[in-house]
Design a protein around this ligand. Sequence first.
Ligand code: M6R
Length: 619
Amino acid sequence: MCGIVGYVGRQKAAAIMLEGLKRLEYRGYDSAGLAVLQNNGLTLVKCIGRVAALAKLASGKKLTGTCGISHTRWATHGGVTDANAHPHVSSDGQIALVHNGVIENYVHMKRFLLEKGYTFKSETDTEVLANLIAYHYAKQPEPAVNGEGSRFLEAVRKTLLHVEGTYGIAVLSPAHPGELVAARKGSPLILGVGDHEHLIASDVSALVSRTQNVVYLKDGELVHVTPAGFTLSTLDLADVSPVIDQVTWSVDEAELGEHPHFMRKEIFEQPLALENAMRGRFSADGSSANFGGLNLTPADFRTIDRFVFTSCGTGWHACLVAEHLIERFARIPVEVDYASEFRYRNAPLDRDALFFVISQSGETIDTLAALREAKRKGYKCMAICNVVGSTIAREADGGIYQHAGPEIGVASTKAFTSQLLIAAMFALYVARMRDMSFADGVEYVAGLKAVPDLARRVLEQAPHIQQIALRYAKYNDFLFLGRLSLFPIALEGALKLKEISYIHAEGYPAAEMKHGPIALISDQCPSVFLVPKGELFNKVLSSMQEIKARKGLIIAIVPECLDLPEGLADEVITIPDCHEAALPVLATIPVQLLSYYIAVARGCDVDKPRNLAKSVTVE
Ligand code: M6R
């Protein structure tokens, strides 16, 4: 939700910020803007539309300044207009600011500022912050006790003491050329430490082309930045010793390469992401998994009588698969909750529950709030995260990194299947501490190790799935149906299709279909069936017959060892035979490809679907 890039150094800030914004565009893409300090003043360029529109507008200006801030917006307060685009400038022209988050008490502060004579041009909560900083700046003693830089910093600090809500901000002032102040509470912000230059950004993808050295700001921290250095402090004036981390991935990993869309690239990267999820995580005897990052001993695990998994969106579907696999193989009860519900419903938890959150980005505000709520109640909290150094990863007591590489497409693909595989490994890990035999463990491990190659075989069917997509792209309603571990994949298939193609789609357990959704069935509403092996195969065939009897169209995703009755499905996509724990991973790939090709056929912008943003950092 909103991307921020700030730069201070020796190079022209605008070009560097535009490159960074381009990489951050998946965070929000309804408008964009930048401000640079030059010619003893502030030059502001902003417009509705994508970063490309901003770049075009900026190319007509002479932007030579070496200190600037920039933003790509996902609207919260105020519609998508030029005036509401960031940066916002205080009415006295002293402060320019970009913001990611929501200022909850802005109405009260705005009233106060109007009384003091400040004026407003936008409908945003952010402009209030710019004016309030200007107000505190004007009130600071002059000259400042510790130099001009601290006067600027102090004005930001004093303002933030009054703010309720969430923010990641970057601020500049024409009175302080060569200085930036940035701060965070609830919205991610990272400092990039370069060679005689510093950058501020919402995530590392905007920085990696210039530096691999980063400082992850914590909530309540402010940083004052110049080309030569930076100082980190807290809102209550304590100095903070910075920890400089190294980003482990390169800028190439966030490039499209030969692919037309990041979503396609990331779907095809799944075999590698799956290999990376497993690398070094199986026990030497080949019968179990290892997770050093959980910081728990086998003895700790013996006392756990329940797992609680929470997440949002696609991650929540991964939680449902984790529930199925852990209960099936380890026989330990699992509770799954939407993070956004968990944080408010004051759920009673078992005394010896272990809490897990799943988040690709590690920044989703609802998931972070659920984690904090569980920690507040004294529970140990683990995180399954893709983004190293993210807020959730840092605040968890332990966890499992996915190592799936950067995921840029708004629709999560490789991060999801990597979460499924980690869930399968975790189920094995706890099952082997309970009743699973050595022989079953060895078979399970072999089954998981085969997954990357089996995923490659599913991907070979992309041209076949594309042809199906072309035939079905005209329909406006779809049902996705599955059972047991494939029910969450039905939910995921429906979510993928609606978020990138705007087609109405619903996921259901196949047997539930006859309790209501069957009313939707006609020759205009295709059903995608995820067909299981085993005892439920015949039950699912019956559900398919019920659809056929009502002239419904059927796309069946079927393990290749199964034979469907002739003519029952209109389209068949096969997946290789695999271990039961690997089935959700392999069954996901066809629904991803189907959604992708349907969205492309309908001319949708698959990487930047309307109204969405990759990382949801506001409530
Ligand atoms: O980064 P997270 O995994 O915490 O994100 C959670 C959801 O916002 C995310 O999965 C969302 O549902 C995706 N757009 C799904 O494709």
